[in-house]
Design a protein around this ligand. Structure first.
Ligand SMILES: [Zn+2]
Length: 73
């Protein structure tokens, strides 16, 4: 399975909480891989960010065995 580009990664940018897709919400809950959306999440992968007032909230996310745990990998 090819690794998706970094732009597809939930961690690649800060998200508008009102514009999240169901897939993105599951990724932010750590239920799906932060990059490819696989259900076989195996490792912690830092944080994804959602806008919150003037700042942003970090949500711990996870990735599957096929995806790099660092956002730029
Ligand atoms: Zn993955």
């Amino acid at each position: 399975m090819p690794v998706l580009p970094a732009a597809a990664d939930i961690r690649a940018r800060t998200h508008d909480p009102l514009a999240l897709t169901p897939r993105q919400r599951a990724q932010l809950r750590g239920e799906l891989c932060a990059r490819c959306g696989s259900q076989n999440v195996t490792q912690a992968a830092g944080y994804a960010y959602v806008q919150s007032g003037p700042g942003r909230l970090g949500r711990p996310v996870r990735v599957c065995a096929n995806c790099p745990s660092n956002v730029g990998g």
